[in-house]
Design a binder for this molecule. Structure first.
Ligand code: TPP
Ligand code: MG
Length: 336
């Protein structure tokens, strides 16, 4: 949790220095929710998340070096510099994104679970989504299929109170999102996402059922983002300063777990060491990202198209042409 917190604070600094381009969504305040869920996963389990994804990648074991390099758009980034903050990817660590389209990850998660079932693998897929994703068609389609086909997916809804600037109760006829699992006859539970142990326990029990019984489920994880929607949003127009301060002062998940560790006998030295090691990891990540080259422009279409021929066809689009320069040239040749 500390690595994630320091990594994101550093990302915010680097974004403001224009080292990081595109969008950048921080999940500062949501660390217990993220770590609680991911720590309950087995090594074979597969993870997909929304675009608020840095913590998921880090918790799943993607090295901080390659995550930071991806934020910097560099060649050694975990998505080869193509994805950026919203589209982190590392199949080696069973982390399958980082999805920028709200609810875009849900059908993919259901499909991956179906593939695992067909291959006879006993694993679960964790699909994280925000509270803003539960009114998308893909939510209904994916949960329905997951239930009908008994697909081992745990849909973890990270309810941080807002979808951009819209409060959950302004956009949901049933704001207790976990109850909506009942419409698909699957278990639905709600857990305090600022409590890492409670989240871990709840996720572990549902994941066990997913693996053993192919039982899909919804886990609504109640949390709060202390920053704005993205680095470009101050996050003050649609909520009060008092509300944010209350969460920061009373419900900061790292402060809560630190209190618990102290009560359990952790020493100041041990806590300092966690902080120091985490800071070193983040510093190394920045140094690695800075040293990594930008991708060579000639490799722009690499990894983008399954068939490299398609990449070549689209690599130099003629103005107004839907099929690219190659197709235009072929047409001209034919006409001649
Ligand atoms: C299909 C689609 N519609 C709209 C957007 C723009 N958009 C990006 S994030 C977001 C809000 C999502 O909120 P939530 O699911 O609660 O996630 P959070 O940002 O709170 O983590 C919207 C509307 C998008 N990315 N994709
Ligand atoms: Mg939200």
């Amino acid at each position: 949790m500390t690595v994630i917190r320091l990594f994101e604070q550093e990302s915010e600094r680097q974004y403001k220095r224009a080292r990081i381009g595109g969008y950048c969504h921080l999940a500062i305040g949501q660390e217990a929710a993220t770590v609680g869920v991911v720590a309950a996963m087995g090594p074979e389990d597969l993870l997909l998340s929304s675009y608020r994804s840095h913590g998921f990648a880090l918790a799943k074991g993607v090295p901080a070096t390659t995550v930071m390099a991806e934020l910097f758009g560099r060649q050694d980034g975990c998505a080869a510099g193509r994805g950026g903050s919203m589209h982190l990817l590392d199949p080696e660590h069973n982390y399958f994104g980082g999805w920028g389209i709200v609810a875009g990850q849900l059908p993919i998660a259901a499909g991956m679970a179906l593939a695992a079932v067909k291959q006879g693998k006993e694993l679960a897929v964790v699909c994280e989504l925000g509270d803003g994703a539960v009114n998308m068609g893909a939510w209904h389609e994916s949960l329905n299929l997951a239930a009908v086909w008994r697909l081992p997916v745990l849909f973890t809804v990270f309810n941080n109170g807002y979808g951009m600037g819209t409060r959950v109760d302004q956009s949901n006829a049933e704001p207790e999102i976990f109850k909506r699992a009942a419409a698909f006859r699957m278990p639905g539970e709600r857990v305090d996402g600022q409590d890492v142990e409670a989240t871990h326990q709840a996720a572990a029990a549902l994941l066990e059922r997913a693996r053993k019984e192919r039982q899909p489920a919804v886990l609504e994880v109640m949390t709060y983002r202390l920053r704005g929607h993205s680095v470009a949003d101050a996050g003050t127009a649609y909520r009060t300063k008092e509300e944010v301060a209350e969460w920061a002062e009373k419900r900061d998940p790292i402060a809560l777990v630190t209190e618990r560790l102290i009560a359990a006998g952790a020493t100041a030295e041990e806590l300092d060491a966690i902080q120091r090691d985490a800071q070193r990891e983040v510093d190394e990540a920045v140094a690695f990202a800075e040293a990594s080259p930008m991708p060579d422009p000639s490799t722009l279409a690499d990894f983008v198209y399954g068939d490299p021929e398609t990449g070549r066809q689209f690599s130099r689009m003629a103005p107004g042409s839907p099929a690219g320069e190659a197709a235009v040239l072929a047409q001209l040749e034919q006409a001649a």
